[in-house]
Design a binder for this molecule. Sequence first.
Ligand SMILES: [Zn+2]
Ligand SMILES: [Zn+2]
Length: 253
Amino acid sequence: MQIRVLGAYGGSTPRHRQTSFLIDGTVALDAGALTSSLELEEQAKVRAILVTHSHMDHVNSLPFLVENVFGQVEGPIEVIAPPEVVASLKAHLFNNDLWPDFTRIPNHLLPIVSFRTVTPGEPFGVNGLTAVAVPVSHVVPTYGYLISDRKASVVFSGDTGPTDAIWRRAAQEKNLAAIFVECSFPDALQQIADVSKHLTPKTLAREMEKFPPKVPINVYHMKPPNAAAIAAELRALAAPRLRLLDDGDALSY
Ligand SMILES: [Zn+2]
Ligand SMILES: [Zn+2]
């Protein structure tokens, strides 16, 4: 499994792109930076986008991706998520107000984008991969994903505070090759992290006790103004399996 980190952050500056990963060139996880990181021909290869939740730093490039690949792809791009997330994207983004409803363009029989609603906890296939959505703990309905090919599985936390179900599920995966987990704020902003349901290095260290041992941990979704402080605090944890992700990183499992 080849994973490109298109956007490693939970915010945007010219040097920090918002959360997006690309798996095997065709399946995206979140859409914070698909159009700012991929060339047009790479964008046209994206066949499906798994969405963790409706927040802007995870979906804002969706409208522009859909527009860019219009007329260049066969069959609709699938936007995949559990029901509440799909409902939110339909109601608030592709609503003919913020952006056209591309599920009816050019017409409802041959749309450029289609939503696929998945049931949490139930595995589904997506472009040769198997995935499952597991609810996590954030201020809007949010899901982490376990994604597997024949060789390896990886888990993405989504935006979350301390949580359990997804780590229990990850611990059952026999080929778990990597954990991707958010860490949004430094310890000094613990209160903000708690009310906005995110992790700090301190609460991440506690979450790590739920992780299967030895599996590499890739940290993402740092808020740009806090990225340096988070990096220093994670280094102080002296956990060799922790890696802070950056835009453009490429991982292979
Ligand atoms: Zn976020
Ligand atoms: Zn969020």
